[in-house]
Design a binder for this molecule. Structure first.
Ligand code: S3P
Length: 427
């Protein structure tokens, strides 16, 4: 149950970035030598990646846990094509990133391997990776394009030039990771640019990746070298506090050691357009820029998120909808991908916010929230979707009464500490 808040104030170091944690673990597993990853995400999704890698014969030690920066792990790489056939079906839990990106690596391992996930993951579309990976030479059985997948990897993979229909960093990454193992040069050209963490991570582990306009190019046959790397804090987790600060008068929140990769900072642009006062201070960078973000409340304005903005804020759209319940309005279009996330995020968001008293219209590819009236609070269902659980909590801060969020535990998929941090920021 979330009570309304007058304001939020304080400093937060968010958990390690989920997208970057997956990539560092996957690349460390197929690198030569061992890698140490500091600040690995504490979320359930990144634990799913480690569980799958262990089942594929990868040795992973917990090198420690720092209360401030999260997990430190040590991974002993097995080298390119060095994974072992698992004894059982792999379980990717709730994590689409784990399933899709690991599929790109498994496509190059000449054994059959079954991979499944929870109920939500079993509903998610996989044809987007099956098509390119089969073109490269793997064979992938599914249930009508959905998990479980049975991947028969190929002894030799063919390089391809691929143009996915949907902008998706997971799809791009699956093809690039398979391309690393292929004969020849693989390229991916996306309809809109998406997060480039795989490209940066490949580079950090010593592989060459090139850009030609919007085409990302990787040559097959390269080897990776184990590294010591630090994962920046997750800007998508930080977004909940940035929005809470933007929404509530008198608020100020500083986020420390957070990732500032330009393919992820779309949230800052939208928050500025909505009226928040934001300062950033970029410093240390080891392949991934990071720094400090401070957000203060501002008067909320009417804002639109256009289709070309969507990949840069795809995971932040639920919490931006929550922001618009505090004032101003937000119209989002070209975001049909939200319907195939951990839940149908358009319908679940509209349903939940409406139950709290919001004025929200749903469209096939987005939504329109008008924040002129104060929420009442109420009872909502996060439908086992982490980002909805946390977005409803941020909307609830501005309501007249308390809000009960069912399935709120889903937050642990990316941010186990979310509800305790929320209590610490109440001023
Ligand atoms: C991610 C890419 C996005 C995003 C997801 C993480 C990644 O998904 O929504 O939370 O780490 O590459 P899509 O690739 O399906 O757009």
């Amino acid at each position: 149950m979330v009570q309304p808040a007058a304001r939020v104030r304080g400093r937060v170091r968010p958990p390690g970035d989920k997208s970057i944690s997956h990539r560092y673990a996957l690349l460390a597993a197929i690198a030569d030598g061992s890698s140490t990853i500091h600040g690995y995400s504490t979320g359930g999704d990144c634990a799913s990646t480690l569980r799958c890698l262990r089942a594929l014969g990868v040795h992973i030690d917990h090198a420690g846990q720092d209360a401030r920066t999260g997990l430190d792990i040590r991974i002993t790489g097995r080298g390119v094509r060095g994974l072992q056939a698992p004894a059982d079906t792999l379980d990717a839990g709730n994590s689409g990133s784990t399933m899709r990106m690991l599929a790109g690596i498994l496509a190059a391992h000449p054994f059959a391997c079954r991979i499944t996930g929870d109920e939500s993951l079993q509903r998610r579309p996989m044809r987007r990776i099956i098509v390119p990976l089969e073109r490269m030479g793997a064979t992938i059985a599914s249930t009508d394009g959905r998990p479980p997948l049975t991947i028969q990897g190929a002894e030799r993979l063919r390089a391809i030039d691929f143009e996915p229909d949907v902008p998706s960093a997971q799809v791009k990454s699956a093809v690039l990771l398979a391309g690393l193992h292929a004969e020849g040069v693989t390229s991916v050209r996306e309809p809109l640019p998406t997060r480039d963490h795989t490209e940066r991570a490949l580079h950090a582990f010593g592989a060459g990746v090139h850009l030609d306009g919007r085409r990302v190019i990787v040559a097959g046959g390269q080897r990776l070298t184990g590294r010591e790397l630090t994962v920046p804090g997750d800007i998508s987790s930080a977004a909940f506090w940035m929005v809470a600060a933007a929404a509530l008068p008198g608020s100020e929140v500083t986020i420390d050691e957070v990732g500032l990769n330009p393919t992820r900072t779309g949230i800052l642009d939208v928050l500025r357009r909505m009226g928040a006062a934001i300062e950033t201070d970029a410093h240390a960078s080891a392949g991934e820029p990071m720094g400090t973000i401070t957000v203060r409340h501002g008067t909320l304005a009417d804002t639109a998120v256009a289709p070309e903005d969507v990949p840069g804020v795809i995971d932040e759209l639920p919490v931006l909808a929550a922001l618009a319940t505090h004032g101003g309005s937000l119209r989002v279009s070209g975001a049909q991908e939200l319907r195939v996330k951990e839940s149908d995020r358009i319908s679940a968001l509209a349903d939940g916010l409406r139950r709290m008293g919001a004025d929200i219209d749903e469209a096939p590819d987005g939504f329109h929230v008008r924040g002129a009236r104060r929420l009442t609070g109420g009872e909502v269902d996060a439908r086992n979707d982490h980002r909805l659980a946390m977005a409803f909590a941020v909307a609830a801060l501005g309501a007249a009464g308390p809000t009960t969020i069912h399935d709120a535990g889903a937050a642990a998929v990316s941010y186990p500490e979310f509800f305790s941090v929320l209590e610490s920021l109440r001023a």
